[in-house]
Design a protein around this ligand. Structure first.
Ligand code: BTN
Length: 244
């Protein structure tokens, strides 16, 4: 299988690696398979319009530009799951205990977030024309404003080389993205569910101004979280629910 990642660009400071990947793609200055990495971002972005903060040179901050061949727009969920699995496996290569994928796109160790993913796709007709896969992974940072964050260093007690973490991440993306291209839906979804945070476990959620207890059942083919609420399955999109 051909690797997806073909070249890397490493910069000291950018606004956001996702934004730079899009700009380079627009001006035909970067081809599919280009990884853009930075030591720091002045306008790092997270999901739901949040900012992504990271100490300079301490963490993995990068985006992969990928133009998949004929990936149907309704298969975007496979891309999300495959990238989550690649990030999950990368974390597992450095620390094994309690690593989980938290729906929709985070990687947690125990109840602390170690990595976040921001995938921005452009669709043309029925197909995904271009994906910008942004990944932020906490490696050597030890103090966070968000008390729920952790890093490889906090978990293992030792510093890690950013380049080694990136090398592992590239290896895993080169394993999992071809599975998306080959539409290996059963394998991806089975693996994803095996690693899912709080699967078949009761937890508290907030939706539409109310809080309720529910059990995580699965993630459906459209990427929605299926919760069992009072014996009934209810489906929630990313913007419709929060974990509490
Ligand atoms: C999240 O958990 O909210 C997603 C965080 C994604 C952060 C990464 S860092 C590299 C890339 N560039 C960005 O501006 N965001 C992503």
């Amino acid at each position: 299988m051909h690797p997806v990642i073909l070249q890397s660009i490493h910069l000291t400071e950018v606004t956001s690696t996702n934004d730079l990947a899009k700009q380079l793609a627009e001006s035909n200055a970067a081809q599919s398979g280009t990884w853009i990495q930075a030591d720091s971002q002045s306008q790092g972005r997270g999901q739901e319009g949040n900012t992504w903060e990271s100490g300079k040179g301490q963490n993995v901050l990068g985006s992969l530009l990928w133009m998949p061949h004929q990936l149907e727009a309704d298969k975007q969920v496979l891309l999300n799951m495959a990238v989550s699995l690649a990030v999950y496996q990368t974390v597992c290569a450095f620390t094994q205990l309690g690593v989980r994928i938290k729906w929709p796109n985070d990687v947690y160790v125990g109840d602390s977030k170690i990595a976040g993913i921001l995938i921005e796709n452009s669709i043309q007709g029925m197909f995904v024309k271009q994906c910008v896969i942004g990944i932020g992974m906490n490696v050597n940072q030890t103090a966070f404003e968000n008390t729920k964050a952790t890093s490889l260093r906090l978990l293992t007690g030792s510093m890690q080389l950013i380049d080694e973490v990136v090398q592992q991440l590239h290896f895993q993306l080169n394993v999992y993205l071809p599975k998306v291209a080959m539409n290996q839906a059963t394998e991806i979804t089975t693996q994803y569910h095996r690693c899912l945070y709080r699967l078949h476990t009761k937890g508290w959620f907030a939706s539409n101004g109310s809080t309720f207890e529910a059990m995580v059942s699965h993630v459906d083919a459209h990427g929605r979280l299926a919760l069992e609420v009072e014996g009934q399955i209810q489906l929630f999109g990313q913007k419709e629910i929060t974990w509490i």
